[in-house]
Design a protein around this ligand. Sequence first.
Ligand SMILES: [Zn+2]
Length: 66
Amino acid sequence: MATTDDSINGLTEYCDDCELNTLHEVSVQIRTESVKKENAQFSREPYRVCECQRCGNRSSQRMNNA
Ligand SMILES: [Zn+2]
């Protein structure tokens, strides 16, 4: 078993741009969204952001499906 000191939050996922499985750096971003204009409420939604380490393509996906 090989161990790496590299504690990058890497994950192998399919990249649409590369059209193959590549290493992605995964992070979580909190974005503020306005829900409705009427009540002027904001919700803070966590997004999972994946960045392809090969081509730099980023994709984000909402973590809460409310
Ligand atoms: Zn890619």
